[in-house]
Design a binder for this molecule. Structure first.
Ligand SMILES: Cc1ncc(C[n+]2csc(CCOP(=O)(O)OP(=O)(O)O)c2C)c(N)n1
Ligand SMILES: [Mg+2]
Length: 564
């Protein structure tokens, strides 16, 4: 006999059936029956301070686990705040479900208090947007939301919950737990791929996207090893292969090693496994020219609609990552001595690219950020998670840090500022045993720095490095390139970040000289381990040190020379 349950209870029961252990959100009076049902459930509700932080935490959860990250937000203002995380999850192909409150059906379409039509609002940035108008259909909608968020190319789903539906009672059966669906490559496709690969003189493997698990990553690495193939990781999917692996040759993103870019341009076969081949990964569609690349291209993606969208590849294979990795790992060895020589060269080019840049000596800089990265690498365990948002400071991690393998990087391919801090906190809440280091710019940190309160509340002992150059550096860099010496809208007057951290109850200190970093990092590591509280180190440095390769002064001078 089915018992009667409220809409709120049905929502929470469905979440439990689908294996949800943590949800993130900011409460609203629009979904009180859900909050009430959470009261008696085993689900942890992490209370955030801004829905942008909550949605980013849900995205980070999705990236860490491969399961949908769950976020709750109230009507209009809550939903608009959370939308940055939905857009990020969409571009990053992260499984996520955002539940939003909605005005009751008795008031709908009157532009009632905080009313928005979510189907129109989220239409372009979610895989599916729906409103559940009947309590007895809650289990069905939620099961479909999990299915959609995780099948094919993962992504975000938005479900609106009208107030009257949450307070209504219904007698309805629960669904079964969701079961994600992925395509598999056919035997004929694997045979053709194999033939094409065997004929290649200069093959290159580019991996990216989501849907990977530990086994798939190990199988991919075994395939690369067996065939002696160079492997590059697409923009911000740099953790799909341990960066110390002999076949890893670099990140294919913003600020790519020019030698690596040349290698990809000159390859005769690019085997792209999982990436969308987006603007950042292809250096603005130049590494591979759109729509017909000069190289032969085999594009493998979990979404059939992504294949042929930009690139008319020579072979397009619709497959999940587990499925393709398993198939590739069984191929016989076809490596030639030529391939292994190329791999050794690519690896040597990466090593050169990662050496200390000359800029710190040239500029006589008191704080050497390359040295900071070396100290970090030595002090942190191999499974350390590095998070970042948008900004030039992220280059230091992408170029110089050796990511330890799957799920050691949380970073938005969508380039959203404000991601770093919530992502770091979510990672630490999920896996408190692991060291988590957040890279944040001075601009970027303040977009979601309020989540430090969340970190302190839940004992999320993340280490935050604030790269303080007193500017929106990325924009200033572009500005000097296009409009030299006309600084506009990019300077920042900042708070004392260390004091700010202390005000939240975190450890905070400022480092301005290379020789002080090591001890500061040790204090931060000890503090986080012993106190279970976050620590922040503000790295104060001269804004002229804008990239490892060029100072702002250099960029300005070249722009002026070019007649800008
Ligand atoms: C939410 C959001 N707003 C604006 C931008 C545009 N943007 C990209 S990088 C950047 C500056 C980042 O400054 P900071 O965090 O200080 O890092 P820096 O570049 O100085 O190292 C801005 C404004 C963005 N990517 N995301
Ligand atoms: Mg800055």
């Amino acid at each position: 006999m089915l018992t009667s349950r409220s809409g709120g209870q049905l929502v929470v029961d469905a979440l439990q059936i689908h294996g949800v252990d943590i949800v993130f959100g900011v409460p609203g009076e629009s979904y009180l029956p859900v909050l009430d049902a959470l009261h008696d459930s085993s689900i942890r509700f992490i209370i955030n301070r801004q829905e942008g932080g909550a949605a980013f935490m849900a995205d980070a959860y999705g990236k860490m686990t491969g399961k949908p990250g769950i976020c709750f937000a109230t009507r209009g203002p809550g939903a608009t705040n959370a939308s940055i995380g939905v857009h990020t999850a969409f571009q990053d192909s992260t499984p996520m479900i955002l539940f939003v409150g909605q005005v009751g059906n008795d008031f709908v379409e009157r532009e009632a208090f905080q009313e928005i039509d979510y189907r129109r609002m989220f239409g372009q940035m979610a895989k599916w947007v729906a409103q559940i108008d009947r309590a007895d259909r809650i289990p069905e909608y939620i099961a479909r939301a999990f299915q959609v968020a995780t099948s094919g190319r993962p992504g975000p789903v938005v479900l609106a919950l009208p107030e009257d539906c949450l307070s209504a009672q219904a007698c309805v059966a629960d669904t079964r737990a969701y079961n994600p669906v992925q395509a598999s490559p056919s035997a004929a496709q694997i045979a053709e791929l194999s033939t094409r690969l065997a004929q290649a003189q200069r093959p290159f493997v580019l991996i990216g996207g989501t849907g990977w698990d530990q086994t798939a990553c190990l199988q991919l690495a075994a395939f690369a090893e067996c065939q002696q193939l160079p492997v590059g990781c697409a923009f911000r999917f740099q953790d799909l292969m341990a960066n110390s692996h002999p076949n890893y040759v670099g990140d294919v993103g913003i600020g790519i090693n020019p030698k690596l870019a040349d290698r990809i341009k000159n390859a005769d076969l690019v085997l792209a496994i999982g990436p969308r081949l987006g603007e950042m990964t292809t250096s603005g569609y130049t590494l591979l020219e759109a729509p017909r690349p000069r190289q032969s291209l085999i594009h493998i993606h979990s979404d059939a609609l992504e294949l042929g969208r930009v690139y008319q590849a020579d072979m397009m294979i619709n497959s999940g990552m587990r499925e393709i990795a398993a198939a590739l790992s069984t191929l016989p060895t076809m490596s030639t001595p030529n391939w292994s020589t190329q791999l050794r060269q690519a690896k040597a080019e990466l090593a050169l690219w990662q050496q200390e840049p000359a800029i710190f000596k040239q500029e006589n800089a008191p704080l050497n950020l390359w040295q900071v990265l070396q100290e970090l690498q030595v002090a942190c365990p191999a499974d350390t998670i590095i998070t970042n948002g948008a900004g030039n400071y992220a280059t230091w991690a992408h170029r110089y840090f050796l990511y330890g393998g799957l799920r050691t990087q949380l970073a938005p391919t969508a380039g959203a500022m404000g991601y770093s801090v919530p992502a770091g906190i979510a990672a630490k809440i999920l896996d408190p045993r692991r060291t988590v280091v957040t890279f944040a710019g001075d601009g970027e940190f303040l977009m979601n720095g309020q989540e430090l309160a969340t970190a302190v509340q839940y004992g999320a002992a993340v280490i935050i490095l604030v790269f303080n150059n007193s500017m929106f550096g990325t924009i200033r860099m572009h500005q000097e390139r296009e409009f030299p010496e006309r600084v506009s809208g990019t300077q920042l007057r900042n708070p004392d970040f260390a004091a700010l951290a202390q005000a939240y109850g975190a450890h905070g200190e400022i480092v301005e000289r290379t020789e002080d970093f090591s001890a500061a990092l040790r204090r931060a590591l000890t503090h986080t381990r012993e106190q279970n509280l976050p620590a922040l180190i503000e790295l104060r440095y001269d804004g002229n040190l804008i990239t490892p390769g060029a100072s702002l002064a250099n960029i300005r001078a070249s722009a002026k020379k070019a007649g800008k």
